[in-house]
Ligand binder design. Structure first.
Ligand SMILES: NC(=O)c1ccc[n+]([C@@H]2O[C@H](COP(=O)([O-])OP(=O)(O)OC[C@H]3O[C@@H](n4cnc5c(N)ncnc54)[C@H](OP(=O)(O)O)[C@@H]3O)[C@@H](O)[C@H]2O)c1
Length: 262
């Protein structure tokens, strides 16, 4: 892949212990990147590290951090001051499903911290770090649900709207200053996401290959909808007025969260 050769070949990946973040770890290792992998589950991170080091002969560091904890975010940001990554991929995130007032408030607030607060803090340090003119890349995770309000996953959809807006804005600020920013807006993907959110996804795409497509678009577009399903759902919805999108997604999310009884 020609595009990613322009970045210094080292990357920080959050949410690397499973799903889409893990796919990024494999894709970047394949291209010779040295990696720092972040998530809470150190055992899974270490398994991935051993596999990557033996398959691709790259250097992999792992670091267990809970990005809902401000102290852990601060540690990570502190570490960033002395590390010069070419790419930062912020895939850590989770969602919840249900009627808003019935959901655990602490978990909703932790979600805002993981999905938004940690992203703002890490991006701020990463961008400040850049002392030379070599290009840098920043991969953030929005979602199909981030383009309108979505009943039955209200806080999660709002966190993804935040990321979509944030990515578009900082992309505009740094576009001609050597920092490429992209927002990934997947539709349903078969990862641990649905289980943790208590959702059932009937139709979902595999996470394999998402990283390859996203990285091929980095620097060319601000939003990428990876895979056929994300494109099909995303482009069909985006033509509708915002209130109609909310209505349609309410039906879909109702199926995913309550099996249609919502
Ligand atoms: N799957 C989908 O349908 C879908 C659709 C649209 C957008 N997305 C977005 O894509 C991104 C990747 O999700 P995925 O589908 O790959 O889900 P996943 O398989 O559940 O992966 C989520 C990753 O985030 C990490 N994580 C969760 N909470 C964390 C915390 N408090 N601190 C640090 N790391 C944490 C998890 O690791 P640990 O559990 O080890 O901490 C895991 O590595 C997320 O931002 C998600 O919102 C997913």
């Amino acid at each position: 892949m020609k595009g990613i050769r322009k970045y210094k070949s080292s990357a920080l990946i959050t949410g690397a212990s499973s799903g889409i973040g893990k796919d990024f770890a494999y894709e970047l290792a394949k291209h010779g990147y040295s990696l720092t992998l972040i998530a809470r589950d150190l055992r899974r991170l270490n398994e991935i590290k051993s596999d990557l080091e033996s398959k691709y002969k790259v250097q992999v560091e792992v670091n267990s951090k809970d990005l809902s904890k401000n102290s852990d975010i601060k540690d990570l940001v502190e570490g960033l001051k002395t590390k010069d990554y070419g790419l930062v991929v912020l895939a850590a995130g989770y969602g919840t499903g249900g009627q808003f007032h019935t959901l655990d408030l602490e978990s909703e607030l932790r979600m805002v911290d993981v999905n938004c607060r940690s992203v703002v803090q890490i991006c701020h340090q990463f961008i400040q770090n850049r002392k030379d003119n070599t290009p840098r890349g920043l991969v953030l995770f929005g979602s199909l649900v981030g383009f309108q309000g979505v009943p039955w996953t209200s806080t999660y959809a709002a966190t993804k709207a935040f990321i979509q807006s944030f990515a578009e804005a900082i992309s505009g600020e740094y576009k001609n200053k050597g920092i490429d920013v992209i927002s990934v807006a997947p539709g349903p993907v078969k990862t641990n996401f649905a289980d943790r959110a208590g959702m059932t996804m009937g139709n979902a795409q595999s996470p394999d290959g998402i990283a390859k497509e996203v990285l091929s678009q980095l620097g060319k577009t601000v939003t990428v909808r990876p895979g056929f399903l994300s494109k099909f759902l995303g482009y069909s919805l985006i033509t509708l007025p915002r209130n109609l999108r909310t209505f349609v997604l309410k039906q879909i999310m109702g199926q995913m969260v309550f099996g249609g009884k919502g």
